[in-house]
Each structure stands twice: as structure tokens, then as C-alpha cells.
Design a protein around this ligand. Sequence first.
Ligand code: ADP
Length: 470
Amino acid sequence: MSLRKRISLRNTLAFRLTLWYAGIFTISSCIAFLLFYMLITSWIRDRTDQELLDQVNRFSTLLAAEGVEAVKNGAVIEAQAAGVKKVFFRLLSLNGQAFSSSNMSYWKDINVNGTAIKELLRGSNPVYENITIPDRKEEVRILYALLSRSIILQVGQAMESYSRFLDAFKGIFIATMTLLIIIAAGIGWFMARRAVSGVEAVTWTAQKISGGTLEERVPVKTRGDEIDQLAITFNQMLDRIQTLLTEIKEMSDNIAHDLRSPITRIRGTAEVTLTTGKSLSEYGSMAASTIEECDRLLDMINTMLMISKTESGVDKLSREEINLQGLVREACELFEPTAEDRGVTLSCDVPDGSHLVGDTRMIQRMLSNLLDNAIKYTPSEGLVNVSVSEIDAQVVVSVKDTGCGISPNDLPRIFERFYRCDQSRSQAGIGLGLSLARAIARAHGGEITATSTPNQGSTFTITLPKFAKK
Ligand code: ADP
């Protein structure tokens, strides 16, 4: 079932993003329209008021120059010229009585506003008024102004042409907005789908992986955006998981293999003794070989546990002041008899006063593993040398031998658990010594590296900070 079908459309991120996008677009457009509309209406009002004031000024001048009769005639002529449905004039006495007017047949609904007259007489000159004629739903702007001390002019102007303009403006805005919102929603949907398609790809891959195919990877586009970053990180995580799983598989194969051999040997010895053994000494030697095999198994299991605990930090390191000179010398003395048995010359080169803060028992174990290997993999008449030097705040311990060496193919893998090079299979060992050495070095905040030339020898170098981190 497709992912999109499974999540109902309304719950998809793309749908919600589109809704937000279209919503924000609509709201901001409406706000812009309202501001624009208010600006236009105020501009229209100012313009109309100015026109009305111009009329007043003209009639005041006319009154002063030619008298009231000229004003009466002028009002009739002016109204006719502008259109009797557009403008009207009334001349009023101070008590609001009309004594002359232009053609008022179209404006008979408009009376004289007593309150406006009172306001005018109180000193606010001119006074404006807005009237809507109910039958015609037509708006009229009216101005009252004193032409002289005894004459008031009432002049009105129809706002119809402006109303028509505003209605047309509204109509065009609504039509354009509807179209734009549809286009914006379409673009929003397209962009949101494009953005979440990468997330869907990751989800798809995760689903396929949960179905059992860990080889799946999310296709990475070349846009270099956040989604690509997510895909790259997701793929890297899968690579890491896959490597870990392969390592775990290899390790469990190795454990199974290494457990099977001693158990088969124990069983074989027991079986032979049971069927053929008669004397007490035969049973005694069976018990001895069983103990030996069990010790080997226990050693392997304990080493594995120690590696895990050291790597995970479950066992906290003790932080003691270690006299490295003494520690290395002790280790060399301990391995001297083994080296002698094998005809290997063991030497050590440690400057006085080398100190280190760390876990003595662990460092001892790490050194022993390296020395044991160096002697084990060096033929008789070979040399093994341990040297210590200090660089800045670090201590460098090198274990160098002139042994069989390690091939370039094996070198990168020798620190893996249970890894043993083919040429060393004749020697005793379980392939855990170097893994433990590396875990110990890292637990102290250091590292261990190896260089080697086949048939010439190897050098293992441990670098440790003098003061291990807590
Ligand atoms: P093992 O128990 O086999 O010695 P290690 O983990 O200590 O296990 O070493 C892993 C492998 O690395 C060994 O099996 C061996 O092949 C190789 N190796 C380690 N040290 C040396 C060395 N000094 N010279 C040559 N090969 C070595």
C-alpha cells in the first residue's frame, strides 16, 4: 500500500504546509487590500471635500463682488453645468431656512441638518456631513459653510462615481485574489510535495529494511539540501549498522568455532577413556586434560568479557601514579625465561622517571600481551626490544621484534576480535590479545598502532596521555 494512501491526505505534512502557505498568503493579501482600500477612500474623501470647499470659496468671492442675486443665479448655472444629479446648492438664512436653491427635484430627500447649522454657528466652519439616500442607496457628501454673516451655503455632491469605482475595485480584487489563491495553493502543494518526497524516500527505505533487506539505501539527489543531508546521514547510519552486524556475525562464528574445538576434544578424551580406559591413571590424565581445556575456555570467555567491559566503560579505570620504568622492567623480567627458552634476546630501553597516571593492572596486561606476541612470533636468534619515550604530555611505548612480520593484507585486521594471521596458526593463541590491548589503550585516552614488514619484524606502538582522562 502506498505511503500516501496509508496516511489520510488531511494528515499529510504536504497538505498542512499547503494550507499554511495558502492561509498566510490569503491573510496578507486581505490586509494589503484593506490598507489600499482605506487609502483610496480617504483620498476620495479629501478630494471631494476640497472640491466642495472650492465651490464655497468661489461663491464667497461672487457674493462679495456682485451680491446675493449673482450667487443665486450662479448656483443654478453651476448645478446645471455639473449635472443636477451630481451637485446641488442651497442658500440658507442663519436659522436654517432655505431662501434659494439649484434644481432640487433629484435631491428632495435631503433636508437641512439643524445640528450641522448649530455647529457652524458655534464656530466650526465648514461642517461636513455624509448622507445615504435609502431608496437609491446613494451616498452624498454635504458641506455647510458661512458665505457671509447672514448667509449659509449648503452644497452637496453625489459620491456615486466613486462608489462605482470602489465596487469595481472590490470586484477585481476578489476575482484576482481567488485566482491567485488557487495558483498559490497549487505552487504550495507542488513545493511541499517536493520537500517531503525526500522524507518519504527515507521512510520507504526504513520500511524495506524492517522487512529484512539491510542492503537498501536512500537515493541521494544532488541538491545538497537538508533532505539530502538526512539521506546521507541515514545511509551512513545503515552502513555502520551493517558493518556492526557483519562484525557481530563474524565474531559469533569465531566464538562458535573456538568453543567447538576444545569441547570436541574434551568429549573425545572422555569417550575414549570411558570405552578403553581401565586404570586410575588413565582417568586421572583425562581429568587433567579436561581441566586444561576448561582453563583455556575460561581464559577466552574472561578475556572477551574484559574487552567488552573495557570498551563500554562498565569497569571504571583506577587512576594510579604508575612508575613506567619499573613496570616495563618487571614485565621484561617476567618474560625473560620464555624468551630464553625460545632463543630470543629480550632488551628494554626505559629512561629514568617515566611516569603515567592510569590503571596499573590494565597497563600490565597490555604490555604482557604485546611482549607475549613479540616473543611468540619471533624465531630463535631474533631480537625483541621494548622502549619508552616521552613526547609533550604523552608517553610512547614501542615493542619491536625481528619476527615473522605481518602481511599488508592482515595488518589492518589484527586488532579485530579472534583475527589470527594464517602463518601464526601453528602458535597457541585465541586472537583476542591485541583487541584487549587496543581496548585498554583507548580506555586510557590513547591508541595503539602497528607497522610491519613480512619476514623482517613488527613494531607495536602505544601512545598514552600522561594523565588519562576521567
Ligand atoms: P593471538 O592470540 O593469536 O596472538 P592476538 O590478538 O594477540 O592473538 O594477535 C592477533 C594476530 O596478529 C596473531 O594471531 C598474529 O597473527 C598477529 N600478530 C600479533 N603480534 C604479532 C607479532 N609481533 N608478529 C607477527 N604477528 C603478530
